[in-house]
Design a protein around this ligand. Structure first.
Ligand SMILES: [Zn+2]
Length: 106
C-alpha cells in the first residue's frame, strides 16, 4: 500500500478514493475513524483521512487524477451529474471519470 493523498476531511478522502477506483486504481480510505472521538489527538498527516493505493506502480496515474481534482476552476465549482451514467462529479471535472462522457455546458 502507498499513501497517495492526504485529505482535508473524510468526504474529500472518499471522493478521491472513489475517483481512483472508478479509474481502475484500487484505492481505500484510511484514518477516517480517528477523526472525532479523540479530541486530544494532534492533527497530523498520520491522523488525517488519507487515500492509499494498492499498487505503487499506479502512483503517477493516480497523482495526475488527483492533480486534476485539485486544480481550481473559478466559477465552475458546483458539482454536476453525468447525464449518461448518473455519476456525480466535483465541479472542476470536464468529463465523466466513469463513462468518459463530456460535461454539457450549463
Ligand atoms: Zn458518466
Amino acid at each position: 500500500m502507498q499513501r497517495i493523498f492526504v485529505a482535508r476531511n473524510v468526504t474529500e478522502a472518499h471522493i478521491v478514493s472513489g475517483m481512483l477506483n472508478a479509474a481502475g486504481i484500487k484505492a481505500e480510505v484510511r484514518g477516517q475513524y480517528l477523526a472525532g472521538g479523540y479530541g486530544e489527538l494532534p492533527i497530523t498527516v498520520e491522523t488525517m483521512p488519507s487515500v492509499w493505493i494498492g499498487d505503487p506502480a499506479q502512483g503517477p496515474n493516480a497523482r495526475s487524477l488527483i492533480a486534476e481534482y485539485e486544480r481550481p476552476t473559478v466559477g465552475k465549482a458546483a458539482p454536476w451529474r453525468c447525464e449518461q451514467c448518473g455519476e456525480v462529479h466535483a465541479g472542476q471535472f470536464t468529463a465523466c471519470w466513469k463513462c468518459g462522457r463530456e460535461r454539457r455546458p450549463g
